[in-house]
Structure formats: C-alpha cells, structure tokens
Design a protein around this ligand. Sequence first.
Ligand code: GDP
Ligand code: MG
Length: 163
Amino acid sequence: MTFTLAIVGRPNVGKSTLFNRLVGKRIALVDDRPGVTRDRREGEASLGDLEFTIIDTAGLEDTREGSLESRMRAQTEEAIRLADAVLFMIDARIGLTPDDRSFAELVRKSGKPVILAANKSEGKVGMAGAYEAFGLGLGDPVPLSAEHGEGINELYEALAALM
Ligand code: GDP
Ligand code: MG
C-alpha cells in the first residue's frame, strides 16, 4: 500500500494546480456510483524521492442532489478517510474565510497528520494570510505557490517527516 495524501480545502485555493504539478500519472477518476466519489481524482505523485498516491477533491461539476456545500463536505470527508495524511490548503492572499474554518474543522476532527499549505504565496505577497493560518491550530503553514513551483522544497520536508 502506498502512502496516500489528500488535498483538501475550499474551492479555488489551488488544490488541482498542486495535484497537476505533483502527478505524473493519473490513476483513476474513481467510479461513477451515485454519491460523492465521482469527482475525486487520484494519481501517482512524486516529490523528490518520495512516491505516493494523491487525491484531489473537486465536487463542483455535477448536478446531483444535495447542496454543493454538503457534497463538497461529504467528498472531503471521504478523501480524508482514505488518506494517511492531509494537505489542507488555504489561499494566503485572501486569508481565512468561514469556509476555510469549517474545512479545517473536518481535518482536525479526523486526527490525521496534516500539512497546512498557504498557497498563492509567490513573491511573499501572501504572508499575511500565512500568519492568519497559524491561528487554525494545525501547525506551521508551509508557504507555497502551486502555480509557480515555489515552496516545493518546504513541502518535501513536511511530507518526508510524515511518511
Ligand atoms: P481548486 O479549486 O482548489 O482546485 O483550485 P485550482 O487549482 O483550480 O486553482 C484556482 C485558481 O487559482 C486558478 O485560477 C489557478 O490558476 C490559481 N492558482 C493556483 N495556484 C496558484 C498560485 O500558486 N498562485 C496564484 N497566484 N494563483 C494560483
Ligand atoms: Mg480543483
């Protein structure tokens, strides 16, 4: 069994951007059962010498029943359940929103090891949000730019410590 990392967070923080950066090979779009699993993407990721399975969560593109919010939440819970560790992502430029706090609560409740990633931190413009993120009680945020590939070494260190 490979180590599995779930990328969790509210929409638009950059989860899929990081997924795409780390994944060399897409494993599956999971299955098409009714419910929440369909939008979960899994892939084989590598980061330096670390190899692991990564799960991206989306949950926004279909019209199945249930509010968007409840489906996002259920999908996130499922991804966390499957994971050995969680990468919880926030948008460092925006800082914490109520949605960030409710996703953070799911992560905290799971008791799984967590890496707190403050994305969109390129050029250090996102430092204010990163400071706010300290207050989540999920550890020190790792400033990251999934889009520009910054902070990847720090992400490596954080992940290596868990695997
Ligand atoms: P998701 O909904 O969490 O999967 O977010 P996406 O990966 O789809 O990204 C949402 C938006 O944020 C897109 O427009 C991305 O180009 C942008 N984005 C992602 N990562 C970064 C980053 O590191 N810096 C900046 N400035 N934008 C980013
Ligand atoms: Mg996405």
